[in-house]
Design a protein around this ligand. Structure first.
Ligand code: ADP
Ligand code: NA
Length: 328
């Protein structure tokens, strides 16, 4: 039989991914390539559900691709592609929309979160149906596993529900996907407010992979810590320090308990210094690699075209199957 298949997507909505994206999602993308047949998508159709600038979107799509390649997504082993280059996503999405209840779609929290500022009346229908397109993204590849951050659990649940509903109505066709969440680092917190998750919407507390390294080191140095002075991993009582320890663990490759032991008798200043060094050592070569990809956009686009071709083969087969079953 085939290797289990994994599908994941990320929006090209920022000039850089941040450490939360990396730990909550992208690091797993890289690791899963060893054991899975992987499909990784830059989901530009999702990025137009809110107001956007066309040129900026095009640029950010390339920046996203360059970062994924630099982080270790191997285009020989995995299928890396841009969502809008595979029409099957929107074709399947329509069928799934027709299987989704209006109330069911209304209960998706992301729409509520993102539409709060402008009000639901002024939000696009695309934003409303976004989780259904996301379900299509996953189901089109008959993915077994979907690596997601905690915050995406609800959307994956909808994908599972819709796959099950389709199969129940029309006979076994779609694979019901399972979530794959990396526990310890599933959530990265804001450096200026460790009660909030790190997010591109609060850039002050986010560590961007492509940001000026000196600036990032400075951000780490001024990260909010907690009362007391011992460097111990205690997310409940020491959320700031625990967040920094988790990050240092990832960037140094040292498990948290060993780190904690090494900081005995030392304070928060040392922790921040070591994290700054480890982060700089990680992002410096990464940034050089990203720059190389971006310096040759034609080559980058060609690589994405090959990826889209491979993705289309798989996704088109699912859509054919689905249309056939539905009577289209
Ligand atoms: P943002 O929250 O900055 O807008 P996205 O929503 O675009 O980021 O998230 C892209 C991916 O990165 C998702 O899989 C999400 O779960 C993950 N992710 C984002 N922020 C974090 C975080 N602080 N901790 C862990 N994972 C995160
Ligand atoms: Na978000």
């Amino acid at each position: 039989g085939r290797r289990p298949r994994v599908l994941s997507g990320i929006q090209p909505t920022a000039d850089s991914f941040h450490v939360g994206n990396y730990l909550g999602a992208l690091r797993q993308w890289v690791d899963l390539q060893a054991t899975h047949e992987a499909f990784y998508s830059i989901v530009d159709l999702h990025a137009i559900t809110v107001e956007h600038d066309p040129e900026l979107l095009r640029r950010r799509t390339r920046i996203a691709a360059a970062q994924l390649l630099a982080l270790g997504i191997d285009p020989e082993r995995s299928t890396l592609f841009v969502q809008s280059q595979v029409p099957a996503h929107t074709q399947l999405s329509w069928v799934l929309e027709c299987l989704t209840g209006f109330g069911e779609a209304s209960r998706m929290t992301q729409f509520k979160d993102k539409s709060v500022k402008g009000g639901a009346d002024r939000s696009s229908v695309g934003l409303f149906t976004y989780p259904i397109l996301q379900a299509a993204d996953i189901l089109a590849y008959r993915a077994d596993l979907v690596p997601v951050g905690e915050d995406q659990r609800q959307h994956l649940e909808l994908s599972r529900t819709l796959a099950g509903r389709f199969n129940g109505r029309f006979g076994p066709t779609l694979t019901v996907p399972s979530p794959h969440i990396l526990k310890e680092t599933a959530k990265v917190y804001d450096l200026t407010d460790p009660s909030a998750k790190m997010s591109k919407s609060s850039p002050g507390g986010a560590l961007d992979l492509l940001a000026d390294v000196k600036g990032s080191v400075k951000k780490i140095r001024s990260a909010v810590t907690d009362t007391g002075r011992d460097v111990v991993f205690d997310p409940e009582n020491k959320p700031g320090v625990s967040n920094l320890l988790s990050l240092l663990s990832v960037f140094s490759g040292t498990p948290v308990p060993a780190l904690q032991a090494s900081f005995e008798g030392r304070g928060y200043g040392d922790l921040k210094k070591e994290l700054g060094e480890a982060f700089a050592a990680f992002v410096t070569p990464l940034q050089a690699s990203v720059k190389e990809y971006l310096d040759d956009p034609a080559e980058l686009d060609a690589l994405l075209t090959v990826g889209a071709g491979r993705a289309r083969e798989v996704a088109d087969a699912t859509v054919s199957d689905v249309y056939e079953k539905v009577g289209l």
